[in-house]
Design a protein around this ligand. Sequence first.
Ligand code: NDP
Ligand code: 8X3
Length: 250
Amino acid sequence: MKTAFVTGASSGIGRATAVALAKAGFQLVITGRRRERLDALAAELAPVPVHALVFDVRDRDAVTAAVIGLPPGFAAVDVLINNAGGAHGLHPIQTGDPRDWDAMLDANVRGLLNVTQALLPGMTARQSGFVVNIGSIAGRDAYANGNVYCASKAAVAMLTKTMRLDLLPFGIRVAEVDPGAVETEFSEVRFKGDADRAAKVYEGFAPLRAEDVADVIAFVVTRPAHVNIADVLVLPTAQGAASSIFRQPA
Ligand code: NDP
Ligand code: 8X3
């Protein structure tokens, strides 16, 4: 049984991806900071073997220790889904909160690096593996007040391309899946728990569901070994660009 390691599996896209990959025949390592969510997901996925790891991706030592401490049956990770992350705040650059900037850059960029580097020794030694980075349309396309979030996802896009080059000699595939608007806890986190403001982000159109993105990720990682779907942009039908969503009047 192949092993998939999904970061940010306590919610949204990561959770749906864990479910989709379990259905596709993988056993799973699921990670996040909310232990109770991970335990509930593991119970839901039984009898599929699932190992939950609780760490903050920003904490390099915690990430390394968690990966080193994986039980033998889960230690050989075939597929890494670098999904943990999100947005904090939506302000023009002149009034943005540097603590939000740090949170985004530390989780979306440094966190991805921390987890990837912790898992690469095994993949390079085995000369196989698959790393899927979850970017965003925000990494391809600027929108007002998106500044640091957009920059963090643009960094993910360039890291994906450069990682792919670095890992070529090891037969490790590196791909990126970039969603547009997906209705998850993303906007509630961005707006610091303001559920009304978060709900307005998805009003008047049909956003992607986390399961839609998970389907794409599952397809990408189940292609034959010689095929790498390197770069996917998946949008709601009503979305044409990061800041262009066609909304029906209420
Ligand atoms: P959610 O807020 O629903 O899920 C985010 C997940 O990331 C949670 O499981 C959370 O777990 C985890 N996470 C966040 N920060 C950390 C951290 N510092 N350490 C460990 N885990 C962390 O949002 P989505 O599912 O929508 O987001 C998943 C990814 O998809 C993100 O990278 C996001 O940027 C990207 N994305 C989202 C889009 C959208 O419209 N929703 C569109 C494009 C990309 P916990 O809180 O338990 O730690
Ligand atoms: C999430 C999509 O457009 O809200 O990455 O930034 S967006």
